[in-house]
Design a protein around this ligand. Structure first.
Ligand code: 5RP
Length: 220
């Protein structure tokens, strides 16, 4: 059974004709977007707002019409994956490096739906190293501040050079072992000069579609 496909496709049930839809990034929401593409071919009229250049490309290939921020008041529903889903539906996101655009779009959505296979469910956040988007200037200093907050930060690299986000920034992946106070950590990280945002999504998810005991489960 492909859990990512099951949870990803289930989420399209929340998308109705005429909606503006935030399109997430990653291998789980890929199935949501692909299904939406099929429904668009069959006559569904939606407009998409992509959370990354990769998703933008996918949506274009599938024929999903896109809309710019200045043409909309809000997003009806945003659907995205997660790296960890913890207590109170708090999340770690950004494994794919798209956390900033993902957070902007989730915050603009009336309903934010997370699609996550069973492996993503955790009792305490923090096993997955927290992605933190930082500006390249002085990032060595930014890293020192992250360490002072209890993290073990590492610059994300690709082929031996710093990984660049769609916004031209770096990603620092920082393990914090156990994140027991996510709201506090999210805020404290964002107070560090040089940090643009971090992958803690606290109090943002409205619905999580996941698998429990090999069955689809919707947590509200
Ligand atoms: C990208 C993300 C993804 O949603 C997250 O990494 C989960 O990805 P996947 O569905 O491939 O496991 O936050 O920045």
């Amino acid at each position: 059974m492909n859990e990512k496909k099951e949870v990803g496709e289930k989420a399209v049930e929340y998308v109705k004709d005429g909606m503006v839809v935030g399109l997430g990034t990653g291998s789980t929401v890929f199935y949501t977007i692909t299904k939406l593409g099929q429904l668009v071919q069959q006559g569904l009229t939606i407009k998409g707002v992509p959370t990354s250049e990769q998703t933008k490309q996918l949506a274009i290939e599938l024929g999903i019409p896109l809309v710019a921020f200045d043409e909309i008041e809000q997003i009806d529903v945003a659907i995205d994956g997660a790296d960890e889903v913890g207590p109170e539906l708090n999340l770690i996101k950004g494994g794919g490096g798209a956390l900033l655009r993902e957070k902007i779009i989730a915050a603009a959505a009336k309903t934010f739906i997370v699609v996550a296979d069973s492996q993503k469910n955790v009792d305490t956040l923090g096993t997955f190293p927290l992605p933190i988007e930082v500006v390249p200037f002085g990032y060595e200093m930014t890293v020192k501040h992250i360490r002072k907050l209890g993290g073990s930060p590492k610059l994300r690299q690709k082929d031996g050079i710093p990984y660049l986000t769609d916004n031209g920034n770096y990603i620092i992946d920082s393990s914090f072992q156990e994140i027991t106070h996510p709201r506090e950590l999210e805020k404290n990280l964002n107070l560090i000069p040089g940090v643009v945002d971090n992958g803690l999504f606290v109090g943002m998810a409205d619905i999580v579609i996941t698998m429990k005991d090999k069955k689809l489960a919707t947590i509200v």
